[in-house]
Design a protein around this ligand. Sequence first.
Ligand code: 26W
Length: 823
Amino acid sequence: PTHPLATAPVGMPAHSVDGFVREFLHELNTNQGVALSRSSANDQYLALASTVRNYLMARWLETSRRTREAKAKTIGYLSAEYLLGRQLGNALLATDLNEIAEKGLALCGLDLVTLRNQEVEPGLGNGGLGRLAACFIDSLATMDVPCIGYGIRYEYGIFRQTFVDGRQVEETDTWLALGSPWEFPHPEASVQVDFGGHTERYVDADGEERTRWVPSWNVLGVPYNYMVPGYLNGRVNTLRLWSAQATKAFDLQIFNAGDYAQAVRAQTFAENISKVLYPEDSTPQGKELRLQQQYFFVACSLRDFIDNELEEGFDLHNLADRITYQLNDTHPVIAVPELMRLLIDVRGFSWDEAWEVTSKCFNYTCHTLLPEALEVWSTELLGRLLPRHLEIVYRINDQFLAEVDKTFPGDGLRTRRMSIISEYPERGVRMAYLATVAAGKVNGVAALHSQLLRDKVLPDFSELWPDKFTNVTNGVTPRRFVKLANPKLSDLITDAIGPGWLTNLERLKELEPYADDPEFKASFAAVKASNKQRLTALLKTRDDIDLPDGHLLDVMVKRLHEYKRQSLKLLHIVSLYEQVLSGKLPASALTPRTVVFGAKAAPGYRMAKDTIHLINKVAMKVNSAPEVEGRLKVAFPANYNVTLAEKLIPAADLSEQISLAGMEASGTGNMKFALNGALTIGTDDGANVEIRQLVGDKHFFLFGMDEPAVTELGAKGYHPGAYYESNPQLRATLDLILSGHFSDGDPHAFDSVVFNLLHQDRFMALADFQSYVDTQALVEQRYADQDAWTRSAILNVARTGYFSSDRSMRDYLQRIWHTSPML
Ligand code: 26W
């Protein structure tokens, strides 16, 4: 280019109220095509989003230029889910534009809060795993680490939950309907992805025997780029989500012959691939479309990096110098045979050369311990959809089992146990084994989880390769979950210890002395009270729920799953209620308490849905019972999501982390609550273990069996009915549900939930019941001493800086990625 402006860095709009107003009105007029006086709130939101986006644009282009020039090693985060939450607030924070925007909008007669509330959050994830991905890319940008997040641009994210007569009803999440100001589509950079067909052998020009994949159909992957701004540091990384499009709009021959429906069918078929997020969290269904999704985004992502991020002529033997792929659970593991295929079939590498490169490029994070959550793809399906990949997996397995046999000669049982290919109930590919074989490092997500991963899920592998296994405890981004969610607490912290803690969260330790400072304690309690008021106002307008004043706010928010034991929390509520109803306890003896639930159930998960129904029915009864009026209340706002979490967590007094020990890999909600000054009641599970170690036993309410006790009880034979027989209060509690009291006299309404607890109770809720209610009594005692409670709450904040996702990223950089921030 010859024009000087063509090579100059893109200019940045002025950081002034005037400049902001000018930009905003320009966007409103030219992008939305409306005058301020005629504009809707949505127009105004879209114009505001574009304005803020423009401030980041120069930084974004500059980041990408710098990274290429430095040939820095990039983290390729491969994740089928990103649960981002709203973008505007975070972008304003990252650009330091909040105040300017507020003032500028006021000059236009507009209110920033109202516009922020227009945004529909991108819910492109189910729960913990997707939210973790969002926290990690935030931290990497903030720490100046080159990272591209790769994933799928689902047209419909996690379903919107409503309740009808207390039962969950799912509605489609139309997050794109009112415009999508944060994304940049690049159809010109589309990638073709092949499926189906068969493979052929042939001899190439050099006389080498090679394999060719002859696919039978294909789709296009269209990249959509999203900005991932670092906090006030000028770095803007990229999140690249792929959308599926038909390769040909439609078949003109067929169309001309008159069959319109047939002509467009192929198009609809292809575009289904990125249509909707699978709402199953932890129970894989083995569905063909899901495997298509996985291969689709992974194939696009590998091609994208090689073709567009590396300089021309780059020698792929050195690929591992430039990228390290992190596999977020097994969902993207098909990337392993895909990279092998690219190197061998397309680039002409030998098998050994290709394996040398591939085995240096991948690392694998496991996020679960539940056996049913480990993905196994049937070879029938895999062979039909990706025949070449199946061949490659077989060969990886042959080579791997030969290595096992060399280390443990003649140990046939062991080779069969460790095989990537399982034989029962049908022949399938164990994706966690494939990931472990290919990965440089395998990690769990909390200390206990990583230990159980080594000892129980992959013991043979950790024996073979002890150094492959490591732990990185999860973390959460303090930008979203402290600063944005809890501005008042953030101001109070800054007043006490000065600025800088938001990117160096261990500095919260400096708050410790303030736990004994009466003035600080009063301010801290006032912040909590104000956050409760904010929540009360929100729940009134959002759900028509009335939160009483002055209650202990007891919160359990997470996906509905049996192992998380929402049913145990419910038994506690019913038990308190039953004791008052039957006269065993005067209502005045209850600590005024409001329990808030938030939980979505997978649409096909019957027990989870029945549990939601039961919670809602108990809520209706308890909330209208004069016996417990002013003392006990149950609130279950529908559609718990990131946006609601940001209001709920800062208001909470008590954080419920009550999974059966050994089941919750880490948990991340537990960290968010502690950082916002809630006390935890929890089992010795996941990251709870580390939270308790850091905050101290006196400031954490531990209950229930630990993991060894759970294993022991399971081995000896668990009989939940025995607890029912021997514990009168537990019996009275379950009997009240069985009496039809909560179901308009229908005694069978909740048979599924109650009989499951009585006769199976896979997650041992009845075994932990007494310990749980006893510990809740200790909670009430502490709460009665508000001063002591506040002190514990402050110490929770001061001692949990470790759980910043910045620290998690430092751990990954040192232990797994072997790279560092850009200088
Ligand atoms: C349908 C297949 C499937 C299988 C597993 C879907 C989703 C999963 C995930 C692994 C479930 C998940 O989100 N795990 C959670 O990951 C969090 C982040 O590491 C942890 O904090 C949670 O404890 C863990 O349950």
